[in-house]
Write a protein that binds this ligand. Structure first.
Ligand SMILES: [Ca+2]
Length: 319
C-alpha cells in the first residue's frame, strides 16, 4: 500500500436491468487518524470490463465505529453497461501506516431492483470530531487538520473532548480560498424532531481587517439536490470559541434535504488572510438557540460566549 492508495473490494456481478438499491452493514476498527474508509458501491462496467459509472456513499465510514447501515442507489445503468458490480470497498491513502492497524467488516449485504432513495440522517454524526475527521464531507481548498487536544496528549486547539478540526488558509494567489466540511440531513426528520437551529463552534486566528472568515452555512435542497435557498453566519479576525447559529425554521417549500456546512473563506489577492487558522468543534442541531454544553475536558479555554451575543461582525444573509 505504499506505492499507491490501497483499494480492495468484495462484490458480486449482476445484469444491468432497471434501478438498483444496495445496502449493507459496515463496521470499522481503524485508529481515528487513519485515512481508511469503507463503503458500499455500485459500479457499471462495459463489455471490456471498464468502469463507465458508479454510485458510492459520498462519505464512507472510517475510524472506529459500531455497525452502521449504508445504502446506495442508481436509478438506471448508463448506456453501454454490460455488467454491474455491487459490493463493499475499503480504501486507504498511500503511505498511511495507521490504516494497517485496523479492519473493516461487512455484513448482511443486499441488492434489490427497486427505486429506493438512501435514507438521510436526522442529525450530525461525529459532531465534536471525537472520532476524527470522519463523517464530514470535505471539499475544496486544503484538507482539515485533526486537532489533538491535551486530554489525548496533544497540543491542538479543541473546545471539548479530545479532538477538533482545524483549517489553514494556504493561498489566495489564484482564486478565493474556500474550503468546507458538510453533512446532509433529512428535512422531514429535522422537522419531526422540532429542530430549529444548526450550530457549530468556531475559533479563529485571522489577522484583523483581513477578508478571512469562518462560518456556518445552511443550504435547503430540493429532491434533485438543487439549492432552493441558503443562510449563513460568519466571524472574522481573531476570536475565541464562538457558537455560530443558523436557523432551520421556516424551511422553504419543497425542501427535501438540508446541508449544513462549516467553511473557511478568504478573498483572492488578500495576502493578509494567508496563514490564518479556523477551528471547528461541537456541532449540533437544536430545538432552542442554546449552545450545547462543553465537555470541559482537555481545554483551558474560557467558556464559549453566551448564545445571542455574537461578535460585532457576525451577520446573517439569505440568498
Ligand atoms: Ca471535540
Amino acid at each position: 500500500m505504499n506505492a499507491k492508495p490501497y483499494f480492495a473490494d468484495i462484490h458480486q456481478l449482476l445484469k444491468p436491468a432497471g434501478p438498483i438499491y444496495a445496502s449493507g452493514w459496515v463496521k470499522t476498527t481503524f485508529p481515528i487518524a487513519a485515512s481508511a474508509k469503507a463503503g458500499i458501491m455500485i459500479e457499471f462496467l462495459d463489455s471490456a470490463g471498464k468502469m463507465i459509472g458508479s454510485s458510492r456513499q459520498p462519505i464512507p465510514v472510517g475510524g472506529t465505529t459500531d455497525w452502521r447501515l449504508l445504502e446506495v442507489f442508481a436509478s438506471a445503468a448508463p448506456t453501454g453497461t454490460a455488467k454491474v458490480r455491487v459490493g463493499g470497498f475499503l480504501w486507504a491513502a498511500k503511505n498511511d501506516a495507521l490504516s494497517l492497524q485496523g479492519k473493516a467488516y461487512f455484513d448482511s449485504m443486499s441488492v434489490e431492483r427497486v427505486v429506493r432513495r438512501p435514507d438521510l440522517p436526522g442529525d450530525f454524526l461525529n459532531p465534536g470530531f471525537e472520532t476524527g475527521l470522519h463523517d464530514w464531507l470535505d471539499q475544496y481548498g486544503t484538507s482539515p487538520v485533526l486537532q489533538v487536544g491535551p486530554a489525548a496528549g496533544g497540543t491542538g486547539i479543541v473546545r471539548s473532548g479530545q479532538y477538533a478540526a482545524g483549517k489553514k488558509i494556504t493561498s489566495v494567489s489564484v482564486q478565493d480560498f474556500y474550503s468546507q466540511g458538510s453533512q446532509v440531513f433529512s428535512a422531514a426528520k429535522l422537522k419531526a424532531a422540532g429542530k430549529k437551529w444548526a450550530v457549530i463552534h468556531a475559533r479563529t486566528t485571522f489577522k484583523a481587517g483581513s477578508s478571512a472568515r469562518a462560518g456556518l452555512q445552511v443550504q435547503f435542497l430540493n429532491s434533485s439536490n438543487g439549492i432552493i435557498s441558503q443562510r449563513k453566519v460568519q466571524i472574522g479576525d481573531t476570536k475565541n470559541w464562538t457558537p455560530l447559529f443558523v436557523s432551520l425554521n421556516t424551511m422553504p417549500a419543497g425542501t427535501y434535504a438540508v446541508r449544513v456546512m462549516s467553511y473557511v473563506y478568504a478573498a483572492k489577492g488578500n495576502t493578509a488572510s494567508v496563514g490564518g487558522w479556523a477551528y471547528f468543534d461541537d456541532a449540533a442541531t437544536t430545538t432552542v438557540k442554546e449552545a450545547p454544553p462543553s465537555a470541559l475536558v482537555g481545554t483551558l479555554d474560557e467558556p464559549a460566549p453566551l448564545a445571542g451575543m455574537p461578535g460585532s461582525d457576525e451577520f446573517v444573509e439569505e440568498e
